[in-house]
Design a protein around this ligand. Structure first.
Ligand SMILES: *[C@@H]1O[C@H](CO)[C@@H](O)[C@H](O)[C@H]1NC(C)=O
Ligand SMILES: *[C@@H]1O[C@H](CO)[C@@H](O)[C@H](O)[C@H]1NC(C)=O
Length: 269
């Protein structure tokens, strides 16, 4: 009796192990998170079949299958055309799919479904999002920065990134530190066609600590997913208050000034 039970246990462990080895592993869909409209896109569906044989790899855009690779079929590659998604047959195989030129239709969710052949017919699905983007033709522009500020003065600068889809995310930095959220306002407005402009305004009262060696750097950064990052940096100088009798003797100022001026011209327009 006892011996029988131990045999049953052993068999079930064996079956579990067998299933474990006969499995698809590490199925991954490698798709760029964002691509420029019109660009060629290569996607990879990588997997480890271990002991198994590949039955099919199916590709979906949204819920619609548009490409299937079945090594036993002749030819192995079948395309179910979605207008706007042109598959490059010569650059598509069991682990990769190439789209000739990304259109707006190509924006969305992709699925790769891998199936192993008999006896297991195991299937695994993985998903990834891809954004098709219209990039701005030029970097962000900044307006409103004066050349000189004194502590207590109001600073107001507007940054614009023109003509993109989606609108760029704008951020301000003061001396390379992110600006306080409560000092920044964001707005998005329609531009040409289906494109958008992004606007941000920063406004705050300048303090002594905003100047590093007499200089304040204001940077605006425009960012679209991981595909686009451009910035514009401008500098303002601390306005010198007229010297009082208590301040340093004039001879020291003469020594200090040239050093400051050289540093300023080297990294700020
Ligand atoms: C909008 O597009 C037209 C033609 O495509 C161009 O002439 C015009 O300069 C564009 N306007 C802006 C604000 O980019
Ligand atoms: C902008 O930033 C938000 C928040 O971090 C992010 O969810 C969104 O995807 C970004 N949009 C773009 C176009 O980069």
């Amino acid at each position: 009796m006892f011996r029988n039970r131990s045999v049953v246990v052993n068999i079930s462990i064996f079956l579990l192990t067998l299933q474990g080895t006969l499995s698809l592993r590490n199925v991954q869909l490698l798709v760029p998170d964002s691509v420029e409209r019109g660009s060629r896109v290569e996607m990879k569906c990588v997997y480890d079949l271990e002991q198994e044989v590949l039955y099919t790899v199916k590709w979906y855009r949204g819920d619609r299958e548009f490409c299937r690779y079945s090594p036993r079929d002749v030819p192995p590659l079948k395309i179910f055309r979605i207008p706007g998604i042109e598959v490059d047959r010569d650059a598509t195989d069991s682990q990769r799919l190439t789209i000739q030129a990304a259109t707006r239709t190509a924006n969305g969710r992709y699925t790769c479904e891998v199936s192993a052949d008999a006896p297991s017919f195991q299937t695994a699905q993985v998903h990834a999002l891809m954004y098709v983007v219209d990039l701005p033709k030029s970097g962000p522009e900044m307006q409103g920065l004066k050349q000189y500020y004194r502590p207590g003065m109001k600073l107001k600068v507007e940054c614009v990134s023109h003509n993109s889809l989606p609108a760029a995310n704008l951020s301000f930095f003061i001396n390379s530190e992110p600006a306080h959220k409560q000092h920044v306002w964001h707005r998005v407005g329609p531009a040409n066609g289906s494109l958008w402009n992004a606007y941000s305004t920063i406004q705050f009262v300048v303090q002594k600590h905003h100047f590093i060696r007499g200089k304040m750097k204001i940077r605006c950064t425009a960012n679209i997913y991981s595909i686009y990052l451009k910035s514009n940096e401008q500098c303002a100088l601390e306005e010198r208050v007229p010297t009082t009798p208590d301040s340093l003797p004039e001879i020291n100022e003469v020594v200090l000034y040239p050093i400051h001026r050289m540093a300023e011209t080297s990294d700020c327009e």
